[in-house]
Design a protein around this ligand. Structure first.
Ligand SMILES: CC(C)(COP(=O)(O)OP(=O)(O)OC[C@H]1O[C@@H](n2cnc3c(N)ncnc32)[C@H](O)[C@@H]1OP(=O)(O)O)[C@@H](O)C(=O)NCCC(=O)NCCS
Length: 179
């Protein structure tokens, strides 16, 4: 577990979740889908169940290549991230993909930056050679964050997301080389 003093003086912890965190993690994931149009999971999707969350946590606890991290402030989950192989095919096992979110109320405190440091270290330890992600073009905070940590843009996907009003988002493909 990593402990960090934030810009506002509060102590942030970052660690993989235990099974006991499943209920709160499901609530966290179910709540952030209302907070941003830049994540794929939306209010139109079914909420995650406790069983699904427990299954996901267990699968990462039994793996040396897939990880979840949760960031807690005063014991409450305020952010999470995960990474894992893009595929289990042998020729693709050097590549991982990641996802990241912080609860809106806590944006701008440096929480995502602290999570990124932990995630990158762990991805190196897990012997991945590159981290890949997709980020919506308009998501300037996330694009800034990823560039700050050495990610660069490799392409884009047009119409990567379709919103309920019929409009689309374009996503940038980014990667960070670890070797
Ligand atoms: C993107 C996100 C994870 C950032 O979390 P955060 O904890 O607020 O991030 P940090 O406080 O570590 O700040 C990240 C950087 O972005 C910068 N930033 C914030 N808003 C910005 C904006 N609108 N445009 C450009 N940069 C911005 C900050 O100044 C900071 O940069 P700095 O360290 O050089 O000053 C958070 O906004 C979020 O969860 N958004 C919704 C989900 C999402 O978009 N996830 C990523 C999907 S790919």
């Amino acid at each position: 577990m990593k402990e960090i003093k934030l810009k506002n003086g509060q102590t942030l912890t970052i660690a993989p979740p235990s099974i006991d965190d499943a209920k709160e993690l499901a609530c966290y994931v179910n709540s952030i889908r209302f907070e941003s149009k830049f994540i794929t999971y939306s209010e139109e999707d079914k909420p995650y169940t406790l069983a699904k969350e427990e299954e996901w946590i267990k699968s990462t606890l039994n793996s040396d290549r897939s990880f979840i991290f949760i960031a807690k402030l005063d014991g409450k989950i305020v952010g999470s991230a995960n990474f894992g192989p893009v595929s289990n095919k042998v020729r693709l096992t050097h590549r991982c993909e990641m996802g990241l979110s912080v609860s809106k109320q806590f944006w701008g405190l440096g929480i995502a930056s602290e999570i990124m440091k932990v995630l990158i270290e762990k991805a190196k330890e897990a012997r991945f050679e590159q981290i890949e992600l997709q980020v919506v073009e308009e998501n300037s905070a996330a694009r800034h964050l990823y560039k700050k940590f050495g990610f660069y843009e490799t392409g884009f996907i047009n119409h990567s997301m379709k919103y309920s009003d019929g409009s689309y988002a374009k996503s940038m493909l980014m990667q960070k080389d670890l070797i």
